[in-house]
Design a protein around this ligand. Sequence first.
Ligand code: C5P
Length: 319
Amino acid sequence: KSVVQRLWKGSASVDMLSPRLQKAVKDYMSTNKHGVSYRGRRHAQRNKKRLLCEIKRKAKVKTLDGEELPFSSLGWQKIVPALPLERLHGTGFSSCAVVTSAGAILHSGLGKEIDSHDAVLRFNSAPTKGYERDVGNKTTIRIINSQILANPSHHFNSSSLYKNMTLVAWDPAPYAVNLHKWYKNPDYNLFTPYMKYRKKFPAQPFYILHPRFIWQLWDVIQANTMEDIQPNPPSSGFIGILLMMWLCDEVDVYEYIPSLRQTDLCHYHERYYDAACTLGAYHPLLYEKILIQRIKHGSESDLRMKGKVTLPGFRTMPC
Ligand code: C5P
């Protein structure tokens, strides 16, 4: 059976990846670029309810508020938005859609269904123009990694992809979350472009995720996986899903766990093929997906036909 079919059943594992991907995973393990050392426990068999409550307790969404060094000494209290992200949208949204950029969403015809949600989250440079039928055209929040800000090829300051929405950027700090080290040596320098953009467009809500949130998410994935996962941050997809679980009563995620349209086409908007986009190499993506598969509800046919899983918002949980 394919990895994807095993994913549907919740029984996938990395030894099912191609030798090339397994080799890549091993290399990332030995490099351990972010200095990850996991000291927590592992438990493989938590039931859905306990698992959700554990995630809610251990991975609280947090953005940089400018109150901590070195940011406080650089005047960031005045640079970050006055309202924290958790309060920006009042009491939050009732229904939300998370739209991954997977090639499998092509020819899905999901656009209308996606746009019918109160809020829609998209990733990085994924466009809607020209793909409305399949991905919709509403964007409430966009999660962007630091490469989008740092790499001139994305035209971050001028592209309409990043206008009229809330922006949430992230970059992996060292696992120990030393903000001084991070500020001096981010993966890609997002700090200067962030400050510039904030000054140029002060009315647009734009946040940087606190690296503590990123690594708490990683800890939760490792805590619920018996194998050692890649010592690298979770994918933007996982970060976005968990962010929306904090902001919404219910979250519909599209083409994270792939539908029958599963393909090696990396992104719906690019002609580039690589199974690593769906199964992971750098990111512990397969383990992320196994975890989401364990906490989801929603029908098997929605999964097969729409690549759709539904997750509860944390606020609605009685824990
Ligand atoms: O590639 P990018 O990170 O911009 O894509 C956004 C997210 O969508 C990824 O972080 C990943 O979680 C998800 N994705 C996926 N399968 C793909 C492409 C993206 O699950 N083929």
